[in-house]
Design a binder for this molecule. Structure first.
Ligand SMILES: [Mg+2]
Length: 361
């Protein structure tokens, strides 16, 4: 029996989608543009960013909240030739573009690239300022999703989103519940110099890459029980957490550099920054990653030490954590931190149970 190529299988699965994409490709090629053609979501690593994470729109938001939507839109239209200032996800997006240009050099025809989608519930009139700003900074963002205030989840699914970054924690929570890696990004308190040749991404472990199953033990039974538990289950991999798929997507692109002998010169570097202690609870984490076939370039076990000072040394373009006090510690020292609202940690602050507001009916 002759084996079907993966592309044949995919075509058979969804031939009408394939035809649509072929038509789009023909149209794009006929434009004779020097701009790179956006890749298909099926092959790309799709990153959806909201306008307020890509750009700093704090002042504009204030007008919206204090003076209403009409004044806000009028202000945006009046200033549409004035580029917006970079927001917290801007350096990350810039770094993704650098990785893309390295990938295009090595694999001119491959669609395994980062694809950035701008998600916004802004009024269409504001779109002009967004487009002008994107062009001003020479960003390649051709896909816009103007949701008009509707939930972005359906669009995130349609774009096969690998990561969604927003300022709105309710939308982020909704995305995580739908199984999409997502985080709320914060502007750091001070600026720091970030690499423009290497994308650097730092992840917390429990309740970010992994589920919160071990975090529950810490919170409910304390550290000693946790250490015993982790020793006992050392060979049982942890369940996956909300950001595991994004690490996997980064790994897929990293391997494209490795197979061209570019491991030492790879423009993507990943870090695990966990409060776990190496000797007493580190093995399970490393063995879990190994069981998934995933590599992390550097694993840092802090044994409860604050994460901020170490992150200052790593200088990631983004750092993901489920606990707000780690986010605060990171951003105070100049790290772009992104909160993953998932797991038992949301009910605690610095180890203390916080009162939960009554659930809305
Ligand atoms: Mg955690």
């Amino acid at each position: 029996m002759s084996e079907m190529k993966p592309s044949d299988v995919a075509a058979a699965e969804d031939s009408s989608e394939e035809q649509d994409w072929n038509a789009a490709k023909t149209f794009f090629d006929s434009l004779k543009s020097n701009k790179p053609r956006p890749p298909k979501p099926r092959f790309a690593v799709s990153i959806a960013v909201s306008s307020r994470t890509l750009f700093n729109m704090v002042a504009e938001r204030k007008i919206y909240e204090e003076e209403g939507v009409e004044k806000y839109v009028a202000f945006q239209v009046e200033h549409e030739n004035e580029p917006l200032k970079p927001g917290p996800a801007f350096p990350f997006v810039k770094a993704l573009m650098n990785v893309n240009s390295r990938l295009r050099e090595l694999y001119p025809d491959s669609e395994e690239l980062f694809d950035i989608v701008l998600m916004t519930n802004n009024h269409a009139q504001v779109g002009v300022r967004l487009i002008n700003s994107i062009n001003h900074y020479d960003l390649t963002i051709e896909r816009f999703c103007m949701t008009g205030g509707k939930s972005p989840i359906g669009y995130l699914e349609a774009y096969m989103t690998n990561l969604y970054l927003s300022k709105d924690s309710d939308k982020v929570t909704e995305a995580i519940e739908a199984g999409i890696a997502a985080a709320t990004v914060f502007m750091p308190e001070k600026e720091s110099e970030l690499s423009d040749t290497q994308l650097r991404v730092a992840f917390d472990g429990d309740a970010v890459l992994f589920s919160d199953e071990s975090e529950i033990i810490v919170k409910q039974h304390g550290l000693d029980t946790f250490f015993e538990h982790e020793k006992h289950f050392e060979n049982q991999p942890l369940a996956q957490g909300p950001l595991k798929c994004f690490l996997e997507a980064l790994g897929k692109l990293q391997r494209k550099f490795y197979s061209k002998n570019e491991r030492l010169n790879c423009p993507i570097r990943t870090f695990l920054v966990t409060a776990r202690s190496a000797a007493s609870s580190g093995a399970r984490v490393l063995k879990t990653l190994r069981s998934w076939g995933l590599e992390i370039d550097e694993a840092l076990f802090l044994a409860g030490a604050p994460k901020g000072p170490l992150l200052q040394k790593i200088q990631p373009h983004i750092f993901f954590d489920d606990q707000m006090f780690h986010i605060e510690g990171a951003k105070d020292l100049g790290t772009i931190a992104a909160h993953v609202p998932y797991g038992i940690g949301q009910k605690y602050h610095k180890g203390k149970l916080i009162e939960q507001p009554a659930k809305k009916e």
